[in-house]
Write a protein that binds this ligand. Structure first.
Ligand code: G4P
Length: 534
């Protein structure tokens, strides 16, 4: 049967019920708390506090994780699955710290929507804005949750205005807060004409929901004090005049974001948000690929690796490749073509992530995230199919913004260092360049903290102390284009040439002026700041 709107076959029900999304926010806005409440209402945990507790247990596994804990940041990203009503939610966790933004960018290629969490008192903060821009590059639908409404927060119109102006996206209220700070009593659910009242006594309980028949319903008076009710009615009338209604199409195209108000810690507004994700959030979307795009309803399985996490347990040296399924119905034991190497692999022990636990995945559908343990065959950007040579596109690798030379503490251990660095490069934790002249490796990252994490991991996981030293270079650009032009360019610029871990040619420099010169002098050459990983 064809779906009238898209002119495509209707999605199999198992795929249509999936919602795969990430949360974007500035640190401290309440992402962890909200995640915890999602899991609580999704039945994946029994009580709030478990995510943190499990997180702690996991982190004590290594000193590297200790470092993560000390700094209070989350370096590793994973995916969590849980059911809510008849829906299957896949929440892909993004690392919050800005130094790990590249990882975050790639994570966002694996989701169909993002939940933007903002703090009602702080509004749109820097990290939120950055992540939002990445979502915009992909026209990712955004649903907004304005958190901490139990505390003194900004005026509702001011919050909405700030989002509209700062992020250039239309905002439509899905709910409207009643009172503020200590006087906050709950929200009016605009989409369903309901009054939602907050229970301050029990943080894990969902409070009363009262059906209201429009704003003139006398029941409102029973529950909302007169002053607050007057303001609510006035605000809602003004909102109706000034703000656009919820247009699902504009939302799915990323031009309009519905906003819910709530307090994650008080479990308030969270279910309404989950209902919003279920009702308005997108089903698994089409994946861009070469030579043709992949439709989720295709019966054959395909998927792509968007993240590799190595040494999750240093004792086992395992690696888990996180695969977003783009189409089909996957079953454990399936044989899939690893398109890059043209080899077939049998996926015998795929895992799914339920909160912080891994579970064997017997089956999965388009939209799901599975983890495939492997010994390094699977890299970021790789595509797996049931035989067709498709390559998922759009998984970027960014030019690093900081470059340093990495040397082994013991000069005899250069080979070991190479192995360790290559592994981190494949994991996507850093860019590693081998200069064509001279010794050592040039390591590129997006944020300074990554050097410290790398040094600590190399020592911990490979028993190899290393030094990072300032490099003479500050920028890296991938070189491509006409073969002869590339050869001529490489020969004339040997001092600046290196190869990345895939063997691709990179031009290293310290001056924008140099880059401009190359662009001028070598018209047949392309210098790029990003590289598609495949
Ligand atoms: P993050 O993952 O986005 O960094 O934020 P997280 O959930 O860790 O929340 C940051 C802080 O904000 C936490 O307080 C958390 O309890 C608090 N918080 C989250 N949601 C709400 C809310 O709705 N209202 C209020 N008032 N506070 C909220 P903390 O003191 O840093 O940690 P903790 O001691 O509570 O664990």
């Amino acid at each position: 049967m064809l779906d009238a709107a898209s002119n495509r076959p209707a999605l199999p029900p198992e795929i249509a019920r999936r919602r795969t999304f990430a949360i974007i926010s500035h640190p401290d806005a309440g992402k962890t708390t909200l995640t915890e409440k999602f899991l609580l209402f999704g039945g994946a945990i029994q009580m709030a506090g478990q995510v943190r507790a499990k997180g702690e247990a996991r982190r004590t596994r290594s000193d590297f994780m200790q470092m993560e804990k000390d700094r209070g940041i989350s370096v590793s990203a994973s995916a969590m699955s849980f059911d809510y009503k008849q829906f299957r939610f896949n929440l892909v966790d993004t690392p919050g710290h800005s130094d790990f933004s590249e990882d975050t960018y790639r994570t966002l290629t694996a989701v169909d929507a993002a939940i933007m969490v903002i703090d009602g008192a702080k509004g749109v903060e820097s990290q939120t804005r950055k992540l939002f821009e990445v979502c915009r590059l992909r026209d990712l639908p955004i649903l907004t949750f304005c958190n901490k409404m139990d505390r003194e927060s900004r005026d509702t119109f001011e919050i909405i205005d700030e989002i509209q102006e700062n992020l250039a996206i239309d905002v439509t209220p899905a709910s409207w807060p009643i009172g503020m700070g200590r006087d906050f009593i709950g929200c009016y659910d605009i989409l369903r004409d309901r009054l939602e009242l907050m229970d301050r006594a029990d943080r894990n309980r969902v409070a009363a929901s009262i059906e209201i028949n429009g704003l003139s319903d006398p029941k409102l008076k029973e529950h909302v004090p007169p002053a607050l009710l007057d303001k609510l009615i006035e605000d809602l009338e003004m909102a109706r005049e000034l703000l656009p209604p919820l247009d699902p199409k504009a939302m799915l195209e990323g031009h309009l974001t519905p906003i819910w108000f709530g307090s994650a810690i008080n479990s308030f507004g969270v279910k309404e948000l989950m209902d919003g994700i279920a009702t308005y959030g997108p089903v698994p979307q089409i994946q861009s690929a070469e030579p043709r795009d992949i439709l989720p309803e295709e019966p054959k399985v395909s998927g792509f690796v968007f993240k590799v996490q190595a040494n999750m347990d240093p004792k086992h040296r395992d690696r888990v490749a996180f695969v977003r399924l783009a189409s089909g119905h996957f079953e454990r034991g399936m044989k899939l073509l690893h398109v890059r190497s043209k080899k077939t692999m049998t996926v015998t022990n795929p895992v799914m992530f339920l909160a912080a636990d891994r579970e064997l995945a017997e089956e999965a559908w388009a939209g799901d995230i599975i983890g495939i343990p492997n010994h390094g065959q699977l890299r970021i950007g790789d595509t797996l199919t049931e035989g067709e040579e498709l390559r998922a596109t759009g998984i970027p690798s960014f030019a690093p913004e900081l470059l340093q030379t990495c040397r082994p503490g013991d000069p005899m251990k250069a080979k070991h260092l190479e192995k360790a660095l290559m592994q981190f490069a494949e994991e996507g934790a850093a860019k590693v360049f081998k200069p064509s002249i001279g010794s050592g490796f040039i390591v590129g990252v997006v944020g300074q903290l990554q050097f410290e994490v790398l040094a600590s991991r190399i020592e911990l996981e490979y028993g190899l102390p290393v030094r990072f030293e300032p490099s003479q270079f500050t920028s890296a650009r991938w070189v491509s284009g006409d073969k002869l032009a590339v050869e001529k360019f490489v020969n004339a610029n040997k001092q600046h040439i290196a190869h990345d871990n895939d063997g691709d040619i990179v031009y290293l420099t310290r001056l924008q002026w140099d880059i401009d010169r190359v662009v001028r002098d070598y018209p047949d050459l392309k210098l790029s700041a990003t590289k598609e990983m495949m």
